[in-house]
Design a protein around this ligand. Sequence first.
Ligand SMILES: [Zn+2]
Length: 202
Amino acid sequence: MRTIPAPVQNLIDAFARLPGIGPKTASRLTFFLLKAPAETSLDLAQALEAMQTETSHCSECFNITLAGEEKCDICASSTRDPEVICVVEEPLDVLAIERTGAFQGKYHVLQGVLSPIEGIGPDQIKVFPLLERLKSGQVREVIIATNPSMEGDATALYLQQRISQMGIKVTRLARGLPVGGDIEYADQSTLQRALSYRQEME
Ligand SMILES: [Zn+2]
């Protein structure tokens, strides 16, 4: 083959922009779809479009929600403890902690972490809406469950300084999570232990 037709190359490029997918995998996926029944590609295209148009963010915790719903199921639930908020980086972390079944409070999804190197400050993530939520005076503990990475640590420290000023207890997941690892990939028992043995930040 002298050249790859542009529509094929465009799809390879689109796949290659996804995390964890290199040029080789991008080509493999593209050529798989070329060979598969048209339905396979059309289903994928429809699922992608629906994901974009039919989802939104919870106005309270910034977790993913269905478009048109102001609050997610957890924020809307009357059985979840509103006095404890677990702060995570991404919606996937909510899923990971929910799988442990060990947490009955509510969440706050930062949608990122502080990273001075990448120019991401408190304005670029959902820090201020969190501080605003805490002003209600209802919350007695904030569990910081950012990843055990440099950025996750910096974000935890920043939040601890701001939140403890408000007279609210701030805890962080216990170590035992792999350093540099992601909470979303931690196995259930490790995450459950980290939650049970969370430590007060001072
Ligand atoms: Zn919510």
